[in-house]
Design a protein around this ligand. Structure first.
Ligand SMILES: Cc1cc2nc3c(=O)[nH]c(=O)nc-3n(C[C@H](O)[C@H](O)[C@H](O)COP(=O)(O)OP(=O)(O)OC[C@H]3O[C@@H](n4cnc5c(N)ncnc54)[C@H](O)[C@@H]3O)c2cc1C
Length: 321
């Protein structure tokens, strides 16, 4: 019988599966190496407001996710921005196929709400797993967490394989799944820039996305800008210094949008080493019933917040069925 479960990762997938299994009466502990819940749904806190340096917005298509968002509507707002797409020489206006949503104030606010009432242990990086009768988790300080009937991993594929090792066939099933890196440059210019769009998508050798961060609900008023890189370019520039990355992203932006950057109140580059899956996966989740292991996360589907939710939701249903 499954009574006690450990979930590694407190992003959208981990919190969804943990919440659902807790509601079924199981005892669930969630472990995350980060200082806060949310994973890639995170924002940098500054004295001028929160800067969304990971996920930029999400869409809501599946009825299960629609229902979840409706239940949490006080934490999520539609981003009624003006959106564009770079066409090689200019930016054209686009009407997104689906409305774009963001949690209010900061990207991880929705995850914070989900984590309420859950037993979440932060700043705890799990580095290995041991099985005898039950599962034991070991963290980087050699602290042991024991007596788990079932473990669920929501880390990116490479890190999941590191944890699973030879414990499960799942390692082999996910061996070819890779994630793209992405650089995110956060800027608060001293003088507000006059950008013609709130968010612009790029097919460009360096740029992937630019947005006016504070056009999102409750993000401050200082004219903060987020510039995200092209994924392939990020992979090719993993060894480049953050200063050089920042300069290259600013230069590319100046060139395409014909704007000049001067002084900034805030400037920082963040590297997401595992940002977005390189391939679409239709597996949904992975379950090894004979070893009591489950794996879920956005990369088990198509790499979006909605996929992370669905992956966690479906895995929880399957464990409990
Ligand atoms: C730059 C960028 C732009 C994006 N843009 C969009 C977008 O526009 N729309 C969209 O829908 N999605 C977007 N995404 C993707 C979206 O962020 C993800 O789909 C979603 O947040 C994934 O949730 P998850 O729970 O599967 O994974 P994560 O959020 O990555 O959660 C996994 C958690 O596991 C923890 N963890 C990993 N290993 C360990 C360990 N060994 N021990 C303890 N904890 C561990 C991590 O700290 C993390 O918190 C973007 C992502 C990035 C980075």
């Amino acid at each position: 019988m499954i009574a006690k479960i450990a979930v590694i990762g407190a992003g959208m997938a981990g919190l969804t599966v943990a919440k659902k299994l807790t509601k079924k009466g199981l005892s669930v502990d969630v472990f995350d190496k980060g200082r806060a819940v949310g994973g890639r749904m995170s924002s940098r806190r500054t004295e001028w407001g929160y800067l969304d340096h990971g996920v930029q917005y999400f869409t809501v298509k599946n009825p299960l996710f629609q229902n979840f968002i409706a239940q949490n509507e006080e934490f999520v707002k539609a981003w009624a921005g003006k959106f564009g797409r770079w066409q090689g020489t200019n930016v054209i206006t686009i009407e997104p196929e689906n409305p774009r949503y963001v949690p209010t104030i900061a990207m991880n606010n929705l995850c914070k709400k989900m984590a309420t009432g859950l037993n979440v242990k932060l700043q705890t990086r799990i580095i290995s797993l041991k099985k005898s009768q039950k599962w034991t988790l070991i963290d980087e300080n050699e602290q042991l967490y024991s007596d788990y009937d079932f473990i669920i991993i929501t880390a990116p594929p490479l890190q999941t394989i590191d944890l699973l090792g030879n414990h499960s066939f799942i390692s082999e099933s996910i061996r070819d799944l890779k994630m793209f890196a992405c650089y995110s440059l956060m800027l608060i210019p001293e003088n507000k820039l006059d950008l013609p769009f709130d968010g612009i998508e790029f097919q460009h050798p360096i740029l992937g996305w630019i947005c006016v961060n504070d056009s999102k609900p409750l993000r401050g008023e200082k004219g903060s800008i987020i510039i995200q890189s092209n994924f392939t370019w990020a992979e090719e520039n993993l060894a480049t210094t953050r200063d050089d990355i920042g300069e290259m992203l600013k230069n590319a932006t100046s060139e395409v949008l014909k704007i000049k950057f001067y002084h900034h109140l805030y400037e920082s580059v963040h590297l997401w080493r595992y940002a977005i899956p390189q391939q679409i996966n239709d597996q949904g989740y992975y379950l090894d019933k004979s070893n009591n292991i489950g794996v879920c996360g956005d990369w088990c589907l198509n790499g979006e917040v909605e996929s992370a939710f669905l992956s966690g939701y479906w895995l929880a249903n399957k464990i409990y069925e």
